[in-house]
Design a binder for this molecule. Sequence first.
Ligand SMILES: NC(=O)c1ccc[n+]([C@@H]2O[C@H](COP(=O)([O-])OP(=O)(O)OC[C@H]3O[C@@H](n4cnc5c(N)ncnc54)[C@H](OP(=O)(O)O)[C@@H]3O)[C@@H](O)[C@H]2O)c1
Length: 174
Amino acid sequence: MGATGLIGKDVSASLNEAGHQTVAASRSSGADVLTGEGLAQALDGADVLVDVINSPSFDDEPVMQFFTTATRNLVDAAKSANVGHYVALSIVNCDGLPESGYMRAKVVQERTIVESGLPYTIVRATQFDEFAEGITASLRVDGEVRAPDAPIQPIAAADVAVEVARAAEARRAY
Ligand SMILES: NC(=O)c1ccc[n+]([C@@H]2O[C@H](COP(=O)([O-])OP(=O)(O)OC[C@H]3O[C@@H](n4cnc5c(N)ncnc54)[C@H](OP(=O)(O)O)[C@@H]3O)[C@@H](O)[C@H]2O)c1
C-alpha cells in the first residue's frame, strides 16, 4: 500500500525480484486508504500488508486525520482478509518530538497497528538522504542559517526500502 511512492516503488521492485507476487496498491490502482475503496480487492489472498503510504499534506490537522483514518481502515481490511503480518514504515524517535504534528500522527499510526491484535513489524528509519535539501532549507531563517547543535544521520531511501522488503519476507517481529 503506497506502491507508487518513493519507498513503495523500491519495495515492490525488491519483492518482485525476490520472486514474490505483489499487488502494487495506491489511489492510482483504485485502492484508497481514506475511503476504504478497493482495499478488500487489493488484500484478497495476501499474506503480508506493507504500509508505506504517506499523507499528501503535512499540516497538523490533515496529517493527523490522514494517518488516523488510513491506519484504522487498513487494520480493518487486513483483519477481514486474514492478513498474517502488517509491516509499516515509521520514523526513529517519532514519539520523542510531540511538538511536530507529523510525528504525533506517526505515533497514532504506530499505536493503531500495535493495538490492532494483528502480527506486525514496524521499521523505523531516519530522514531520507533525498530530503537533505529540504532539511537544510528549513534551517534558513531571515537570511541566516540556524543549525541545531545535534548530529543527524540520514539514510538513502533505497536502503530503507531494502529493510522494509526484508521485514515483509521475515516472520513478524511482534
Ligand atoms: N521522508 C522521510 O525522510 C521518512 C523517514 C522515515 C519514514 N518515512 C515514512 O515513509 C513512508 C513513505 O514515505 P514516502 O516518502 O515513500 O511517501 P510518498 O513518496 O509521498 O508516497 C506516498 C504513497 O502513498 C499513496 N497514497 C497517498 N494517499 C493515499 C490514499 N488516500 N490511498 C491510497 N494511497 C495513498 C501514494 O500513492 P497515490 O498518490 O497513487 O495514492 C504514494 O504511493 C511514510 O509513512 C513516511 O512517514 C519517511
